[in-house]
Write a protein that binds this ligand. Structure first.
Ligand code: NAP
Length: 241
């Protein structure tokens, strides 16, 4: 029986984990919810870099590593590719395709926080949907801006920033209401490619609101890369049978 180590962190990873039996392992960083109703084993926490992960793979007799982490979780993806190579096992990855701009979209790519701040200068009411990073910059909000920041959990904001704690999937009516209530004039997003968070882009399009997109990190190529959950499940079924 082949043994799989599945690195998770996105919805599709949990869907894969639900199909796995007790000899397989589902690995989470520990930043989100940990499911308690799976048949496979669940491991929470880091490995101590690529070397630690390689050691774990060898100790546990893992035959295949499947990287189903978020497209912006570049460190763990790099560690996975390196550790699998050192351990002489294949590394596969589920890599969700990026969203593509459509007619009516005004998307502007930024590489990092400094470029983002510059690109934000003409705007007054940004909606940040990047995770927690903007929380470190609440003291730097320019006097003419009022921020709205959405993260997985609610955190303290200040008089110039409302912080909303919410988890997808998000619905278009709620996104419309949020843009209206906070009078959003620019949206800031990663390009996660997830349908669960896509409605905000539709609302930005409807309202003619520009979107500042944080560039996707370039990830190392691995033995096999899948674009969809179904493709991944089919390949896994063939490998583990
Ligand atoms: P990261 O920068 O690539 O990884 C940071 C460290 O977290 C890794 O070096 C590793 O620690 C540990 N880690 C990450 N994923 C792990 C996993 N599945 N199992 C065990 N350890 C893991 O990742 P991140 O951007 O902080 O994201 C952390 C987790 O949240 C990822 O699993 C990702 O899929 C999920 N997530 C990220 C985003 C995002 O926007 N970045 C969004 C949604 C979900 P060691 O080096 O000690 O092994």
């Amino acid at each position: 029986m082949k043994r799989l180590l599945l690195l998770g962190g996105v919805t599709e990873a949990l869907a894969i984990a639900r199909t796995l039996g007790p000899s397989h392992l589902y690995s989470l960083a520990g930043v989100g919810r940990v499911p308690t109703d799976l048949n496979c084993q669940v491991r929470v926490g880091g490995y101590g870099g690529a070397e630690g992960l390689a050691r774990f793979i060898q100790e546990q007799g893992i035959d295949l590593l499947l990287d189903a982490t978020h497209p912006y979780a570049a460190q763990i993806s790099q560690n996975a590719a390196t550790a699998a190579q050192h351990s002489g096992i294949p590394c596969w990855a589920l890599r969700r395709p990026a969203w593509q701009a459509q007619a009516g979209d005004d998307w502007r790519e930024v590489s990092d926080w400094a470029e983002l701040v510059k690109a934000l200068e003409p705007f007054k009411r940004p909606l940040f949907t990047l995770g927690r990073e903007p929380l470190q910059h609440l003291d730097e909000i320019p006097p003419e801006q009022f921020w709205t920041l959405r993260a997985l959990e609610v955190y303290p904001g200040n008089e110039r920033c409302e912080v909303i704690g919410a988890r997808g999937p998000f619905h278009i009516e709620d996104e419309r209401a949020l843009f209206e209530r906070r009078q959003i004039d620019v949206l800031i997003s990663k390009n996660s490619g997830s349908s669960a968070t896509e409605p905000k882009l539709e609302v930005a399009r409807e309202r003619g609101v520009p979107v500042l997109i944080l560039k996707r990190p370039v990830l190392q190529e691995v033995e096999r890369e899948f674009l969809t959950l179904n493709e991944t499940l089919e390949a896994l079924a063939a490998f583990t049978s």
